[in-house]
Design a protein around this ligand. Sequence first.
Ligand SMILES: Nc1ncnc2c1ncn2[C@@H]1O[C@H](COP(=O)(O)OP(=O)(O)OP(=O)(O)O)[C@@H](O)[C@H]1O
Ligand SMILES: O=P(O)(O)OC[C@H]1O[C@H](OP(=O)(O)OP(=O)(O)O)[C@H](O)[C@@H]1O
Ligand SMILES: [Mg+2]
Length: 282
Amino acid sequence: MLRIAVPNKGSLSGPAGDMLHEAGYRQRRESKELRTVDPVNEVEFFYLRPRDIAIYVSSGQLDIGITGRDLLIDSGAGAEEILPLGFARSTFHFAARPGTFAGTADLKGRTVATSYEGIVARHLADNAIDASVVHLDGAVETAIELGVAEIIADVVETGTSLRNAGLEVFGEPIMTSEAVVIRRTGADTDEPKVQQFLRRLQGVLVARTYVMMDYDCRVEQLEKAVALTPGLESPTVSPLHNEGWVAVRAMVPTKDAQRIMDDLYAIGARAILTTAIHACRL
Ligand SMILES: Nc1ncnc2c1ncn2[C@@H]1O[C@H](COP(=O)(O)OP(=O)(O)OP(=O)(O)O)[C@@H](O)[C@H]1O
Ligand SMILES: O=P(O)(O)OC[C@H]1O[C@H](OP(=O)(O)OP(=O)(O)O)[C@H](O)[C@@H]1O
Ligand SMILES: [Mg+2]
């Protein structure tokens, strides 16, 4: 049975559960459940604190985990990213009162408050900067007003939390993060049950980012049309009953679908339809 660690709380928990559900796995019924077995798919899910997941996976007791890239790096645990999942996207930044600091070099001799001590300490060491780091569990934006630090280093998504605290990012972003699937460093990812799990999640990612597009076009326009809709491998082209016309079917990125429909219409394609993809194996 494959043993998988899933975040039990926070920003990662809901979207991770949704993705696993979409991939056909049984998920826990209530938020207090700490583990659940999916007997049909032969998988056991352990609901753990997001910060602890890399540690469990690196110990080898759990085969796979879902966590944030930033949490994985911060933990320093012996686990590696094997599939990015595209949700819980964020950027890790230094921030302070506007106009007080300009770049990483200004950190010298200062105090930085953060929940991600590992990332900050490594960044300071890489840049040979001597600064103190204070660990806080969360709500680090308040640390400056309350005099615990002059600088914070934190996850930024919309920037609302910083704005509300009267703070601004400065310097280059320290790292970008998103939810990722992790595995113990050096463990065999070719194992069939691991591969099957990854294929299921990849299927969800594709279904979320592509739509199926169908249209009819004149044979003379076919080359131009398939250049607009090359598909993942190659589009399906079928003859129509009306001579001189063909039907084309190809997957297109959802974000480009409206522009592609306009471009196809402009070269004479008609009956252009898009339909959602619910699941797939590429
Ligand atoms: N506002 C946000 N938008 C997107 N991702 C976020 C946000 N806040 C945290 N994350 C991401 O979520 C992960 C942290 O999850 P974690 O559950 O530890 O923190 P949290 O979502 O801030 O919850 P908590 O309330 O327990 O602090 C990290 O990978 C981080 O990059
Ligand atoms: O840029 P934003 O969209 O505002 O998102 C970033 C904020 O979200 C997270 O905080 P959370 O609400 O999880 O509280 P925490 O600081 O206690 O972790 C993170 O720590 C930032 O504070
Ligand atoms: Mg948080």
